[in-house]
Design a protein around this ligand. Sequence first.
Ligand code: BTN
Length: 145
Amino acid sequence: MKKLIAAFLLLAGLTSVAQAGSLLRAGSAWTNQSGSTLYIQSISPSGLLTGAYINRAAGYRCQNTPYAVTGWVYGAAITFTTKWKNSTESCNSITAWTGFLYRGQIETMWQLVINGSSSTRQIIQGADTFKPASTKANKSLLIKK
Ligand code: BTN
């Protein structure tokens, strides 16, 4: 019986460690199916999020340098947005992602609007799934610019 309880506690401990690695929290980094990275720098007590985004999706501009991110976290729900302008490149556009954390992944839908659009038909949309990434690796990428 003691062994069974010990095994259960060990399993519960391992499970919580695994989950802790995939929470929406400051210092976490997430990579989507296109290789882009979301880095969450801070989440205030009220849920205000700051961070950075490195776009690596083929077919888009503004690649490989960090862009500022702001957003909100509300429990498992998350929204974040990027204006595609930094000291390296300006793409005259904004993307907003909305989604939720589910089973350790951030599932989102996004919309990209180009400054100067005149019809909602010009808004490009899609879906991104973000998986936990190595925080260290992505932090150093952010610093390199
Ligand atoms: C632009 O080309 O106007 C700016 C870059 C847009 C990149 C988009 S945002 C949604 C999708 N997910 C990514 O990681 N990159 C593309």
